[in-house]
Design a protein around this ligand. Structure first.
Ligand code: AMP
Ligand code: TRP
Length: 321
């Protein structure tokens, strides 16, 4: 049963991406699973082409450095012909209402100068990513569950209208859907695209920068080192990060600290140690152009080949190609 998930290079990967997604993908490590850099998705809002290219490469290196097998990764745009073609087929099986109903579309289109048509149709591109590879399970955060639901509907609709081609995928949302929050504003989740990065710990940040960011994390004036997410969200966020790094429950890790300062040093140490091997491997890969190119090319060939028969069957059944 193939698992597949993607991560969009809309910014540098952060500790939330690592703990909430990338590290899980690496640990699950089942042969045949696929994890990819969804660079085409980054084009749905205003972006810089040169930066996108750089971020895609960096994210590919991060996935491998985090321990995902090099033969399980690829970059989405290396399959642009295949996913582009399948997106068209699926767009013609999707109603305008279905696309317009997507919560993320409504949220992201609000306040944008130009709402790109790609922002509306992007869940269909995501369905194409999933259905092309015949993925049965799609690990995603809650915010993406609705998109996987759409992929399910489109797969079923295509199969009943034109003929059986697609595996109907299922979203798998992590059991503890803990969201790492921004260190300088615990009211919002840590995000790749936040303008001010003071509260965002990137996976490739140098140790002393990580320590500075953690030291400056917003807490409260209660002075009680306890795990109370409602009353002390900033502190609870630090405790949850520490908990995820050391693999013990929050209430257990919080015991034994007498001050916020002491806790912050422990959090900084744990995060630095958690990320150290990843940063070292990613830097080595980014410095070795030929090796990263080789991984990328092999990934593209594998994923293209894997999806080829589904794409040609879908085109044939749809009466084209
Ligand atoms: P995104 O950064 O929104 O493209 O998400 C990529 C992956 O990282 C998804 O699987 C998200 O669920 C996960 N993720 C993103 N932000 C966080 C966060 N702050 N805490 C935990 N997981 C996150
Ligand atoms: N849209 C997802 C996100 O923003 C990333 C993504 C693209 C994805 N294609 C996918 C996730 C296919 C799972 C399956 O997080």
């Amino acid at each position: 049963m193939t698992r597949l998930s993607g991560i969009t290079p809309s910014g540098h990967a952060h500790i939330g991406n690592h703990l909430g997604a990338i590290r899980r993908w690496a640990r699950q490590g089942r042969p045949g699973d696929l994890y990819f850099v969804s660079d085409l998705h980054a084009m749905t809002v205003s972006y810089n082409p040169a930066r996108l290219r750089k971020l895609s490469r960096e994210l590919l290196a991060v996935l491998v450095a985090a321990g995902i097998e090099p033969d399980q990764v690829f970059v989405q745009s290396d399959l642009v012909r295949e996913v582009g073609a399948l997106t068209w087929v699926l767009e013609c099986a999707c109603s305008f209402g279905e696309a317009a109903r997507m919560t993320q579309f409504k949220q992201k289109s609000e306040g944008q100068g130009m709402v790109r048509l790609g922002l509306l149709t992007y869940p269909v591109l995501m369905a194409a990513d999933i259905l092309l590879q015949g993925a049965a399970e799609v690990p995603v955060g809650d915010d993406q569950a609705q998109h996987v639901e759409l992929a399910r509907s489109l797969a079923r609709r295509f199969n009943t209208t034109y003929g059986e081609v697609f595996t109907v995928p299922e979203a798998v949302t992590p059991p503890t859907a803990a969201r790492v929050r921004d260190l300088s504003d615990p009211g919002r989740k840590m995000s790749k695209s936040t303008q001010d990065s003071a509260g965002v710990v990137f996976v490739l940040d140098e140790p002393d920068l990580i320590r500075r960011k953690v030291r400056r994390a917003v807490t409260d004036s209660l002075g009680r080192v306890e795990y109370r997410p409602q009353e002390q969200p900033g502190l609870a966020n630090l405790v949850e990060i520490l908990s995820a790094c050391v693999g013990k429950p929050p209430r257990e890790v919080v015991a034994g600290f007498s001050s916020y300062g002491e806790l912050k040093e422990a959090v900084a140490d744990a995060v630095i140690e958690e990320l150290r091997p990843l940063r070292e491997r990613a830097s080595a890969l980014l410095a070795d152009r030929a090796e990263l190119d080789r991984i990328r090319k092999a990934g593209a060939e594998r994923a293209t080949e894997r999806g080829a028969h589904r794409l040609s069957s879908a085109l044939r059944l749809a009466g084209v190609g």
